[in-house]
Each structure stands twice: as C-alpha cells, then as structure tokens.
Design a protein around this ligand. Structure first.
Ligand code: SAH
Length: 341
C-alpha cells in the first residue's frame, strides 16, 4: 500500500469512510509509520483488520556508513524481494539533500561508474523510490529535521524508468506526503533524448542535470556507450529546449578523468559547444572505482579547467566532495556488500 496515491488508497479502502485513507496516508508518508499497529488513532480492531488485509512495504536498512565529517550518511536499503540500493543523505549548507537510486543496477555501461558493473537487475517502483526518501525523512525526524531537497542521482538511469519516476515525483509533491516543491528536485540523466522531451510535456519544473563528461562524440562514446544512440548535438539541443520551455537552467555534469578529458583543449572544446546555452557546468573530480582504470585529475588541472570555463563565459562550479572515506562513488557500497555476502 506504500506508494499509492490518495485516490488509489481510497479505492483500496473503499469499505471504510473516506477520511480513513487520508489518515493512513499521513501515517505512512508523514508520520513514519511502517505498520498499522503504530496508527494509534485507529481502533484496535480496525488496525488488526488492516494488518491482515494489507502490507505496508517500506525498505529495510541493511547497513549504513557515516563520513568522517558526519555530513554524509550512506544507507544500503533492501526491498521485499531482497534487492538492495544505495540512498545517501547529504547535510548541505542549504538543507538536507537526499540522493536516491532509481534502478537496481544500471544498463548504461558508463566506463567510470560502479553502478553498472553488473548490469541492470530491475526498475524500482514509485513506492520503492518514495520509500528511500521517506526512510531518510524518518531518520531525520529523530533529530527534528526533514528532507529538504531531492536528487535522483544514485544508481540507475531515471529517464529509462520514466513512468515510475513521474508517479513518485507527483506523489512526493502532494500535501499528504512531503509536499516537496518540484523546484527542490534534480533529475540526473546520461541524456536519453526522447525522455527529456517527454519530461518537458509533464510540466513539472524539476531541475535537469545532464551527464555530459566529454566535449566530443569520439571521447564521449568511448566512456559513455549511450552516446552512440544520442550524440552530443542532440543532447545539447534537448537540454536547450528543456531550459527554454521550462525556464530552468540545465546543469551539465562533467567528470574530470585524469589524463582523459581534463586538459585545457578539452575545456576549450567544452566552452565552445556550450556557448549560448542557458546552462552551467558542474565539474566532478572522478571518484576512482577499483574495477575501473581511471585516476583522479590533479588539483592543478581541476583548477585550470574551472578557471578556463569561467573566463570563457561558462558558469562552472566544482562539486564539493562529500562522503570521503565511505565508498562514495555510486554503487560502491552495494557492490562491496554483495561481494562479501
Ligand atoms: N544515470 C544518471 C544518474 C546516475 S549517475 C546519469 O548518468 O546522470 C549520477 C552522476 O554520478 C552522474 O553524473 C555520473 O556520471 C556520476 N558518477 C558515476 N560514477 C562516478 C564516479 N566514479 N566518480 C564521480 N562521479 C560519478
């Protein structure tokens, strides 16, 4: 029953007066209940009856890691079929940000990423993705805090799990759940062009973040196989259309891979292809993954790259490194846990 909208809950509970659905929605989405027995404003008989008829399926905590500076907590959460995903809480200056996974594993095959090493197991349902967020919200409630922003930037390609993603976002936005504004949500994609246009049609003003990572098709195809389906020109066109239609500036993510895409020439090419776009660039020094052969860029090359963009008309930021020392790269905690199991 977790993951149902209020109208869907009303249908499931059609034997009961309508207000019961609202009450139960508030319990599971706002008040942290994971069983009917906790719903103390329902009679004992009703609670027992509901317990027999329905399941509230919320993710279970397998393990968690806290970074040395205590700002990042990474949770490994398990769903009812045993599948596990990573969910990360980042305590930022502007509030508590949660980063969720959208799939179990990933089929995109990006060469620098740990999430895709074993391919895609399955999509997450809307209720499972919402479950990740509510889990962290409940965790924060113990400190009288809450989730303030959401990034869909964990394991998986959210735009290939489109319908579940949209259902989750709409549910998250409802007043009977977290009431989170769409402006507080960022979706990260490797550039599934048709789905970007579908997202425009949904009319939900979320921020779009596009993983670009290279300024030429040759290089991008070498590190991101999806580029052979949707090349840079099409991706940038879609990004530009997204920005124009929604009025929301698009962020281009650019992983800096030492010796691969981090020279001044790459910065020059990048500034050229992005000139005139309503966009900014987020530079991410790669988190090396054991199974992959990429190395961190030097601090000097990161600074030079950043400086080049900013002095050539491209607004750039360097991603603040969060979670050092806790298997911070996407998918690392999960893959280690599975290996050791
Ligand atoms: N599939 C989506 C969302 C998941 S990846 C996408 O491609 O955007 C989220 C971000 O983490 C992407 O920008 C991705 O390129 C980045 N990422 C993946 N592996 C990384 C690593 N080893 N170090 C740093 N960033 C990484």
């Amino acid at each position: 029953m977790f993951g149902l909208t209020l109208p869907e809950l009303e249908i499931e509970l059609s034997d009961l007066p309508k207000f019961r659905a609202k009450q139960i929605a508030a319990w599971i989405y706002q008040r942290g209940a994971t069983s009917f027995s906790e719903m103390t404003d329902l009679s004992k008989n009703l609670r027992a009856d509901l317990e027999k008829k329905f399941l509230i399926q919320t993710p279970q905590l397998l393990t968690k890691q806290i970074s040395d500076d205590k700002l990042t907590t990474k949770f490994l959460l398990k769903f009812s079929d045993g599948a596990a995903v990573e969910t990360v809480l980042m305590r930022q200056d502007y509030g508590n940000s949660v980063c969720i996974s959208s799939q179990v594993g990933c089929m995109m095959g990006c060469k620098f990423c740990a999430s895709t090493l074993k391919g895609l197991e399955r999509n997450l349902t809307a209720g499972e993705m919402l479950g990740e967020i509510i889990f962290v919200n409940n965790f924060l409630a113990q400190e009288n805090q809450k989730v303030d922003t959401l990034v869909v930037m964990g394991t998986g390609e959210p735009l290939t799990n489109f319908d579940n993603l949209i259902k989750m976002l709409r549910l998250l936005h409802e007043n009977y759940s977290l009431g989170l504004s769409y402006r507080k949500v960022t979706i990260s994609t490797c550039g599934i062009v048709p789905a970007i246009y579908k997202l425009i049609e949904e009319n939900i003003p979320v921020t779009l973040s596009i993983s670009l990572h290279a300024p030429t098709d040759n290089l991008r195809s070498a590190i991101m196989p999806i580029n052979s389906a949707f090349g840079i020109q099409k991706v940038l066109q879609a990004g530009n259309d997204y920005a124009t239609k929604t009025g929301r500036r698009v962020t281009y993510e650019y992983i800096l891979l030492g010796g691969v895409n981090d020279t001044e020439e790459h910065a020059r090419q990048l500034s050229k292809i992005l000139s005139g776009q309503l966009a900014n660039v987020n530079l991410i020094p790669v988190n090396p993954v054991d199974e992959r052969n990429f190395r961190r860029p030097t601090n000097k090359s990161v600074k030079k790259f950043f400086h080049f963009l900013n002095t050539h008309g491209i607004a750039a930021t360097i991603r603040r490194e969060m979670g050092a020392g806790i298997d911070a790269a996407c998918g690392q905690l999960r893959s280690k846990f599975i290996e050791n199991a």
